[in-house]
Design a protein around this ligand. Structure first.
Ligand code: ATP
Ligand code: MG
Length: 789
């Protein structure tokens, strides 16, 4: 091959020294964007090109699949080698590869399967049930944590110290869980790591083989390794191996999952690192961005201490935008991103970052409606997430009980003792008679059959109980009655899922407001508040969510789609594959956690509000707050040229309107680097008044406002007077002379009773329960109803 000099061109002296280090252990400790990953990748290429190692002799570990792919791409750009054969991947990916090769020695079946987080919890539950233990005392989620924690400490059941009866039983569950996994030939994530570690520890021949093989081991994002990962690394690395660990203590963001920055100190000692290499020049970001990052992280006390400078000049100021609501935030981002795109920035170079997954929905919705391609990383699009799909399936069954797909999705979710055999019988019966699953439950006998009948009863019950309720109330009722919320309360990752289910309620609420479908339409006729009247154009900019949902009344009967049916159509459309195709130029959406290691020309950090970022769960103790600050540091340092920071006065969160104060992080940024796009300290603008009024008009007003205002001690002002236009609209609404409970007669549907009234004037609608035809939504301007007593 060559002398590798072409590869080394352009490196600064410290980087050059790091890339060409002799074969010994080394630690690079350096700030964001200083070229750590570049050094790591270039070193692999250089080692290969100068024939110091063969393709099979290198192992490189990164944290995410995206980062591993990125590394392979960079390598194949540098060298004409087949990178596929190389051991480059995540810890779990490499363990999987190892165990596939050594399944026999590891005591696994050749075709062992991997359990994801959800599968793992179900497996734990089955064990608890099989042992006839009380789920109240042995909460599956906690048992799951216990087992995973033990594995991460390298402990098998026999190694766990037992001090009391409770722990004794936990250990028995752990043992039974292991037996069950072994019987079924499955491994969970922690098991992948532990099994590999143990095999390497116990099989001297194998260990020697790999230690001879991997002469060079390189680990990126070393600050986020946990104890087991570090022990694992020590198994693969011979005492004299050349191990290059690369990290940044300021970017340690997984302490909450057991990552140990202390591993860096251990590494230095145990691998006898001669010198710690520091890289101080940042090549990624312009000065204002870097100043902001440096300033912010300077507020953390526990730091190893590094400096970072750039020679790129100050560049653009960091732009700060205050928004009236999360809707206007999304709208503003969308316009700004479009502007950037028109000025020549590729869409894939624009990243929208958020602290919590649930925040993405409003932004996704705005992008979707504007037809802008986007891609969500590290998570599914909102309407495609499993828990949201489960909830939608219940709603679909309420609307149409013969929807077999939805039926199968939730008939035994959460579990109701309906097994695979019962479902097979049901499907056979349905096939033979050509009827739906719902209609065929009578054909199945035994306990399973009885459980099916009970499930149909549950759906019937929900349908009856939700007649006449608003869309929001229907969804809330369904979430409780179906057992979905209770189910996710016991899950390890359940809190996130519950947030998403609450976000579904918000989605419905937004749908209703935007579509003028529901009671809010009376309170806020959008055209009365024309564009320009609000400082931020929030009303004008509300995304037109349901352009494709047909709400035209039937010309003859006046029947229209129910709000629920309209919403389900909307959800199905949004879940369609508008998400950018692979390779298409698309805006990138992701959480800050999944942005680690990546970089973009323009970055928007959204939702910079107290309680959201920093997150309320982390605000109570100093460690938590420092981790949030590191997370913010990671977010800021993703940007090359432009950085936008935004926050909202109000936000729908967990089904409530929250009134926010801006994040404390703003006080920790250098004023000279910032440019406020909105006047500062204007207090709550007219947008706020409008949101407040909306909440007030909904009747949910004061309580939710006060409840949500907890983080700033803010007290709501007196309710604003109802504008004259609104009073007029309400008067018009009652013009049809109907009221709830009124008996009516319809030419086609016969006699019925009004159960809901909504809308005004031309848009007035009623939900009527007819004796023979069941509940229907009618457009009152078309349906000819006569009053009956
Ligand atoms: P992070 O901590 O965010 O993971 P990092 O330290 O790994 O950052 P890299 O991603 O390797 O940093 O580098 C940041 C950017 O700077 C990349 O675009 C990289 O190509 C560029 N870069 C690094 N070193 C040089 C250099 N010597 N000359 C020009 N560009 C460089
Ligand atoms: Mg990196």
């Amino acid at each position: 091959m060559g002398d590798g000099s072409a590869l080394l061109r352009g490196l600064n002296p410290e980087q050059y020294a790091a890339v060409t280090l002799p074969a010994e252990a080394a630690l690079i400790l350096a700030g964001a964007g200083s070229g750590k990953t570049r050094v790591l990748t270039t070193r692999i290429a250089w080692l290969l090109q100068t024939s110091q190692v063969s393709i099979g002799g290198v192992m490189a570990v990164t944290f995410t699949n995206k980062a591993a792919k990125e590394m392979l791409t960079r390598l194949s750009a540098m060298l004409p080698v087949n990178v596929r054969g190389m051991w480059i991947g995540t810890f779990h990916g490499l363990c999987n590869r190892f165990l596939r090769a050594h399944w026999k020695q590891a005591g696994l079946p050749q075709s062992f399967q991997i359990l994801d987080a959800g599968d793992t919890l179900s497996a734990v539950k089955r064990v608890i049930k099989a042992l006839k233990l009380d789920e109240e005392r042995f909460v599956p989620k906690q048992v799951n944590w216990f087992i995973a924690g033990a594995k991460e400490n390298g402990q098998r059941p026999k190694d766990v110290p037992v001090h009391d009866g409770q722990t004794q039983t936990m250990v028995e569950i752990y043992q039974a869980y292991e037996d069950q996994c072994q019987r079924e030939g499955v491994v969970d994530f922690a098991e992948l790591m532990l099994r590999t570690y143990e095999l390497m520890r116990d099989d001297a021949a194998l260990r020697e083989h790999y230690r001879r093989r991997f002469r060079h081991i390189l680990v990126d994002e070393f600050q986020d390794t946990n104890r087991l990962q570090y022990a694992w690394l020590k198994m693969f690395a011979a005492p004299d191996a050349s191990v290059l660990a690369v990290g940044d203590d300021d970017q340690s963001i997984y302490a909450f999952r057991g990552a140990q920055v202390g591993n860096m100190a251990d590494f230095e000692r145990e691998f006898r690192v001669k010198q710690v290499i520091k890289l101080e020049r940042n090549y990624r970001s312009f000065g204002n961005i870097l100043d902001s990052a440096n300033h912010l992280i300077g507020h953390n006390s526990r730091r190893l201490g590094k400096t970072l400078r750039t020679e790129a000049g100050p560049g653009e100021p960091v732009r700060v935008q205050e928004n009236a609501s999360d809707f206007s935030e999304a709208q503003w981002i969308l316009e700004e991103a479009q502007q950037l795109h028109r000025s020549g920035v590729a869409r894939k170079e624009i990243a929208l970052l958020y602290r919590s997954n649930a925040q993405s929905r409003v932004i996704e919705s705005a992008l979707f409606n504007a037809g802008i391609p986007y891609r969500v990383y590290g998570g599914l699009r909102f309407f495609e997430r499993a828990e949201v799909k489960h909830a939608l399936a219940y709603l679909r069954l309420i609307e149409n009980c013969n929807d077999d797909t939805s039926y199968l999705r939730v008939v035994n979710f959460p579990t109701r003792g309906i097994g695979a055999r019962t479902l097979e019988q049901l499907q056979d019966a349905a096939r033979q008679t050509g009827r739906s699953l719902w209609q065929s439950v009578g054909a199945v006998g035994g306990k399973g059959g009885a459980n099916l009948v009970a499930f149909n009863g549950l759906i019937d019950g929900m349908r009856n109980a939700t007649l006449g309720l608003t869309l929001r109330e229907i969804i809330e009722h369904m979430l409780e009655r179906s057992g979905l919320i209770d189910f996710y309360r016991t899950e390890k990752e359940g809190a996130d899922r519950i947030e998403n289910l609450e976000e579904l309620v918000n989605a419905a609420e937004a749908f209703v407001t935007q579509e003028g479908f529901g009671k809010d339409a009376v309170a806020l006729p959008v055209d009365e508040f024309g564009p320009g009247q609000l400082s931020d154009g929030a009303a004008a900019g509300l995304p037109n969510a349901v352009a494709a949902v047909d709400l035209t009344p039937d010309a003859e009967t006046g029947e229209i789609m129910s709000p629920l049916a309209a919403f389900l159509t909307h959800a199905a459309l949004e879940a369609g594959d508008n998400q950018a195709q692979a390779g298409q130029d698309a805006i990138q959406l992701m959480t800050v956690h999944s942005a680690k290691g990546l970089e973009f020309d323009a970055v928007f950090i959204t939702g910079l509000e107290e309680g959201l970022f920093p997150h309320e769960n982390a605000m109570s103790d100093a460690d938590g707050l420092e981790e949030e600050r590191r997370l913010m540091y990671v977010a800021i340092t993703r940007a090359r040229q432009r950085l936008y920071l935004s926050f909202c006065q109000t936000r729908m969160l967990h089904g409530q309107t929250r009134y926010n104060v801006k994040s404390r992080f703003f006080d920790e940024l250098p004023e000279s680097a910032l440019k406020w796009l909105t006047p500062r300290n204007q207090g709550f603008g007219s947008g706020f008044a409008r949101e407040y009024q909306q909440a007030w008009e909904r009747g949910s007003g004061l309580n939710s406002v006060v409840g949500a205002g907890r983080n700033n001690g803010w007290q709501p002002p007196a309710p604003p007077p109802v504008p004259a236009a609104m009073v007029a609209a309400q008067a018009k609404a009652s013009g049809h002379g109907l009221k709830v409970g009124q008996g009516v007669f319809h030419n086609k549907f016969g006699e019925g009773v009004v159960i809901t009234l909504e809308g005004t004037g031309e848009d007035a609608r009623a939900q009527v329960r007819f004796g023979r035809h069941g509940p229907k939504w009618l457009a009152l301007s078309i349906a000819k109803l006569t009053l009956v007593d």
